[in-house]
Every structure is written in structure tokens, then in C-alpha cells.
Design a protein around this ligand. Structure first.
Ligand code: TRP
Length: 336
């Protein structure tokens, strides 16, 4: 790993089983970048704590997100792979960044605003069930990113605003001390995969309950594919692939040639939704079955996963400690 390569970093919250949105939004693009960057991929477990208070589930989801990364091809010899909660400097940097983060910036965060809107719609107090972890979520995320001089952050479209906030906060610090203490991070979004839609046609998200788990057993996967919402057009009617959830998901898995063929069947008429769904299931099963068996193998040996994460902790901690020491000196919190 040469030091002059730029840094790519991303995290996934362990708040549920890994799903197709995690895979296409973060895991796959991130793994494609590994050869050209210094890669740092982690489990954002303190971000998860804001909404997940069941310790058993926290452990389970942490293992399953870690196993998902590994099953999809993360090589811990190439990537520093760790748990956020094991790197105390991230939380020190969070406190540091709080002093440079305008409260108004946090008021504008989409995730926070959505929670407030929902409270207002439900006739609740706007602060109902909103903890400070949710309100300051972008500051912790900025610390995740800025501590490691990250240039590139592969995330789904919904996280773009958070990365922009990290850039804003970095600029505020750099400006204050008139030096480039932080690298300004950029979002990396693969345009064709910017949004993975879920079973109901909305963005695939744990909070919408419309996910397709990445490692669902074949039988469950088939059932889920069959439950994708379609319109009520009859078999004979000509159909539009471009406005159809089934086809949108198909595009993520099928070759260009397969896509062309199924699109022709849509447009010709005489094709029922059952056929389109069967085609979708086939390409999915083909792509996911090998990952699923790797995942199951890994999940059977949790100690090995913990061991890998501990090794990652040791590597990342060294980098974190050095950066934090520089920052303390610059602001006058350490002897020089
Ligand atoms: N907020 C991200 C999500 O919900 C997870 C995350 C936490 C993250 N810290 C990060 C992603 C740092 C990229 C970089 O998907």
C-alpha cells in the first residue's frame, strides 16, 4: 500500500441485515476502488446506537455487516477494516468539530428534518423521540471522514448531504487556523446505481420496510421478488420497462444483452408480470448465491470476524492517534 495513494473511506450502520441498497450504494463501488486508493471501511456502530438499543441485535447486525463486506470480497490485507466504536479518537474529534459546526447547519440535515416533519404530521412535539445523537449525526460522520484525510466517500445518494456537511465543517476549521488541517472530502456516487429502489418502488431503506436482504435464502428471495409492486396492466398490454420497479432492479444484475431482450418483451406485449419477475429472480439468484454461501460460512465463525476487526483496529488507531495529536497542538490543547 503506497502512501501517496488517496484515501477512500465509507461506513455502514449495523441497524439491520445487509440489503441490496447497501450492496449497490456502498459495498460494491467501494470494493471497486480498493486497488487505486488506500481504503478504510468500517462499521458505524455508534451511529446505529441512536436508534438501536437492543444489545443482542447490535452484536448480530455488527457481525452480519462485517460478514457481508468480507463475503462480497473485502480483503483485510488490502483494506483497513474496523469498528468505529473501537477508535476513541473519532469521538474526541467529534467534540473538537462541535466547536466549528453551526447549529443551523444541523437544523438543515435531511434526516433530522424528516424526523421533525413526521412528528409534526403526527401532531407530536417536534422534538419527540429525537435524541442528540440523531441531531448531531453529521458531526460524528464528519469525524469519521476527516480524521483519516479522506478524499473520496462512496455512499448512496441519501448520504450526499452529510458528506457536503463534512466538507463545510472541514473548511470552517481550515479557515479558522489558516492551514489545510483537513482534506476536503467528496462524495462518490455511481450514477447508474445512485438509487436502489425497494419492493414498493420507493428508495430501498430499512426505515421503509421495503428491503431485499442481500443474503436472503433462495426461497425467501423468490417470495420477495414476487411481492414487488407492479401496475395492473394485463398480460396482452404493452409495458414500459423504464417505469417498472421489476425492470429497474433487473438492470442492476443483468448483462446489457439480457436487458435488451427483456425490454423488447415488455414493449411487445404478451408478457405478464410473473414472467418478468421470474427473469429477475434468475439473474439475482445467479449473482447472489455464491456470496450467500460465503456469508453463511463466515457467520458460522464469529470469532474470526472479531479477530479481523481487532487487527483493523490496531492499524487504524495508529493513524488516528497521530492525526489527533497534530490537531490538539494546532488549537493549543497540547504542549509543542
Ligand atoms: N451515515 C451513513 C449511512 O447511514 C453511514 C456512515 C457513518 C458513513 N459514517 C460514515 C458513510 C462515514 C460514509 C462515511 O449510510
Amino acid at each position: 500500500m503506497s502512501d501517496n495513494k488517496k484515501v477512500v473511506l465509507t461506513g455502514i450502520k449495523p441497524t439491520g441485515e445487509p440489503h441490496l441498497g447497501n450492496y449497490f450504494g456502498a459495498i460494491k463501488p467501494a470494493l471497486e476502488l480498493v486497488k487505486d486508493y488506500q481504503a478504510r471501511y468500517f462499521i458505524a456502530d455508534y451511529h446505529a446506537l441512536n436508534g438501536l438499543k437492543d444489545p443482542q441485535l447490535m452484536r448480530e447486525y455488527t457481525l452480519s455487516i462485517a460478514a457481508a463486506w468480507l463475503a462480497c470480497g473485502l480483503d483485510p490485507a488490502e483494506v483497513i477494516f474496523y469498528r468505529q466504536s473501537q477508535v476513541p479518537e473519532i469521538f474526541e474529534l467529534t467534540t473538537f468539530l462541535m466547536a466549528f459546526t453551526a447549529k443551523g447547519l444541523m437544523n438543515r440535515a435531511h434526516a433530522y428534518k424528516a424526523a421533525v416533519d413526521e412528528n409534526e404530521r403526527g401532531g407530536q412535539n417536534p422534538d419527540h423521540q429525537i435524541n442528540m445523537g440523531l441531531f448531531t449525526y453529521p458531526v460524528l460522520m464528519a469525524a469519521d471522514i476527516l480524521l483519516f484525510d479522506t478524499q473520496l466517500v462512496p455512499v448512496g445518494q441519501d448520504q450526499k448531504q452529510h458528506v457536503e456537511m463534512a466538507a463545510d465543517i472541514a473548511q470552517a476549521v481550515n479557515h479558522c487556523y489558516n492551514q489545510s488541517l483537513f482534506v476536503i472530502p467528496q462524495t462518490y456516487i455511481q450514477t447508474e446505481q445512485a438509487l436502489v429502489i425497494g419492493l414498493d418502488g420507493r428508495k430501498m431503506s430499512k426505515s421503509y420496510g421495503n428491503i431485499i436482504p442481500l443474503f436472503a435464502p433462495a426461497k425467501q428471495l423468490k417470495k420477495l421478488v414476487n411481492s414487488i409492486v407492479t401496475n395492473s396492466q394485463g398480460v396482452e398490454e404493452k409495458k414500459d420497462p423504464d417505469t417498472c420497479s421489476v425492470f429497474t432492479l433487473y438492470k442492476l444484475f443483468a448483462s446489457a444483452q439480457q436487458q435488451g431482450e427483456l425490454a423488447r418483451e415488455y414493449r411487445a406485449g404478451g408478457m405478464g408480470w410473473g414472467h418478468a419477475k421470474a427473469q429477475l429472480f434468475d439473474v439475482m439468484e445467479n449473482a447472489l448465491a455464491p456470496l450467500r454461501s460465503k456469508y453463511e460460512e463466515l457467520m458460522a465463525k464469529p470469532d474470526e470476524i472479531y479477530q479481523l476487526l481487532d487487527e483493523g483496529r490496531a492499524k487504524i488507531h495508529k493513524i488516528a492517534r497521530e492525526k489527533m495529536q497534530i490537531l490538539r497542538e494546532v488549537v493549543g490543547l497540547a504542549h509543542v
